[in-house]
Design a protein around this ligand. Structure first.
Ligand SMILES: Cc1cc2nc3c(=O)[nH]c(=O)nc-3n(C[C@H](O)[C@H](O)[C@H](O)COP(=O)(O)OP(=O)(O)OC[C@H]3O[C@@H](n4cnc5c(N)ncnc54)[C@H](O)[C@@H]3O)c2cc1C
Length: 471
């Protein structure tokens, strides 16, 4: 769409999407004195992925970690992010995360976000650095803070097109609300903070036929509008080849409340034949790919009373600040109801419909490998990434959690530089920024837990500041 003289309204900075990235961008843009508007396609503040996620954010060197005696640093986080991304991630984006993460943690605290007094280990971490807050609380705080700085936040308002001038600079957007289509001028910049594309069946199917029919638990607005709008302007995409579902959702589940990561506390994962098929300490995205090739796409977490007790204790500790359903490294009452329980491994096998003898042998072999310190089958040497020692599954009663892969994010998208300018082969698109799950290049080949909300907030802030400069 080309420029003409008629605008229905004007702002300095226009932001598409009222999730973590968009609202963080709005606060920074408004703080910098820009007249700022956020347009959100969905109807309510609680419909973004940031609002419905489980609330784990990766920060290093925080006061919580210090009080828990965990030594961590931005540099270690930087190294871990590159390692888990198999060095396929853009080091300048990873550096931007590492450099700005601690400041963003403090910024959030100053805005009123409360963090639980725990730091958990999950995918890709060499230190326990998963920090938890109540995600819905967080987006409400961000929205309020953006509005207090003068930003306008409107719902039921989808950005449908980018408007450029003759020099291909983005100078505004087309917006559709429940009544009208309007043209909105963005004097300094437009930020695409529209999330990923887990609800675009066509894009997922084009990447891998095995993705067809998998559940998507992201915000419903994740339809890849940013890709559709920016590609005609020359934007290119990063990390598309690394899009993977995550393994962890109960076979009957459809939301964060049925996500369970007890394998990072020591559970093994077996298929419908009763056999292990993966190293359970690797990132859940990689387990997600492995489980796609198992019968019915199912992996069953198998564990004992010791692991159960640890998980229940995790929930108890974290639920003083965050909703108990968000403690994915724990077990709350609802998850406990989804467990199959039995006094012996043989009876557990009956409960999950796998051959008794095979499951007994699988658990026996695993226990021997824990005792000998060498998992010759799958190479598990830790509970999660490089943290914690595997434990024997031997204390009755025994438990099983039947799970499958799903898309909780796509983690691939628009190529950006460390200023969050949207890139083309020839440079960048003037006036256009992106942040959050809309971008690619940050995660690389796999995923470090908590880095998705982290980057939405950190990169959203950077995008908002730069858009306000019109740089
Ligand atoms: C169940 C679940 C659990 C998760 N757990 C974690 C976790 O513990 N830690 C972690 O780091 N990550 C987690 N993630 C991933 C993480 O939540 C997201 O990657 C991150 O919140 C994305 O932030 P965002 O601002 O980019 O997107 P969102 O927060 O989804 O915001 C994007 C918004 O843009 C809107 N939008 C889309 N298109 C348009 C348009 N054209 N016009 C206007 N608005 C539009 C969408 O409706 C949406 O509200 C989880 C995700 C899910 C679904």
């Amino acid at each position: 769409m080309a420029e003409n003289d008629r605008w229905d309204s004007e702002f300095d900075v226009v932001i598409a999407g009222a999730g973590g990235a968009g609202l963080a961008a709005a606060i920074e843009a408004a703080e910098a004195g820009a007249r700022t508007a956020v347009f959100e396609k969905q109807g309510k503040i609680w419909e973004s992925s940031t609002a419905i996620n489980v609330g784990m954010v990766a920060f290093a060197g925080t006061d919580v970690q210090q009080r828990l005696g965990i030594e961590d640093s931005s540099e270690l986080l930087y190294q871990d992010l590159l390692a888990v991304g198999n060095n396929k991630n853009d080091p300048s984006l990873v550096r931007a995360y590492a450099d700005h993460q601690l400041d963003t943690y403090g910024w959030l605290k100053d805005l009123g976000v409360r963090w639980a007094e725990i730091a958990t280990a999950a995918a890709g971490m060499s230190r326990p650095r998963g920090h938890f807050s109540d995600p819905l609380d967080m987006v409400r705080i961000l929205k309020r803070q953006a509005e207090q700085r003068g930003a306008t936040v409107l719902f039921h308002s989808a950005i449908t097109e980018l408007i450029t001038d003759n020099q291909q600079r983005v100078i505004g957007v087309q917006m559709r609300d429940r009544v009208n289509e309007t043209r909105i001028r963005a004097r300094r910049g437009v930020v695409l903070a529209t999330g990923g594309f887990a609800h675009s069946a066509d894009r997922l199917a084009a990447l891998d036929r095995r993705f067809v029919g998998l559940a998507a638990t992201t915000g419903l607005g994740h339809t890849g509008d940013h890709l559709r709008m920016a590609e005609p302007l020359g934007a290119y995409f990063c990390d598309m080849e690394y899009v993977k579902p995550s393994y962890e959702l109960h076979v009957t589940g459809d939301s964060a409340a049925e996500i369970c990561l007890v394998f990072y506390l020591g559970a093994i994962i077996v298929n419908r034949h009763g056999r292990r098929f993966v190293n359970e300490s690797i990132p859940y995205k990689d387990i997600g790919m492995a489980s796609l090739d198992q019968p019915d796409g199912v992996g069953v977490m198998v564990f004992d009373q010791k692991i159960f007790d640890t998980a229940v204790e995790n929930t108890r500790k974290a639920s003083s600040v965050i909703p108990s359903e968000n403690v994915v490294l724990g077990l709350d009452a609802a998850r406990i109801r989804l467990l199959v329980q039995a006094d012996t491994i043989e009876e557990l096998a009956d409960g999950i419909h796998v051959p008794r003898q095979v499951l007994k042998e699988t658990v026996g072999r695993y226990n021997n490998s824990v005792a000998s310190g060498a998992d010759t089958e799958f190479g598990r040497s830790h509970l999660s990434a490089s943290i914690g020692n595997p434990v024997r599954i031997e204390t009755p009663p025994f438990y099983a959690y039947e799970a499958k892969s799903h898309f909780l994010a796509t983690y691939a998208g628009l190529a950006v530089d460390a200023s969050m300018r949207v890139l083309t082969d020839a440079g960048h698109i003037p006036g256009l920024y992106a942040a959050g799950e809309a971008i690619g290049g940050f995660h690389g080949a796999s995923y470090h837990s908590g880095a998705a909300v982290g980057q939405a907030l950190i990169f959203g802030r950077i995008a908002g500041r730069n858009a306000a400069q019109g740089s």
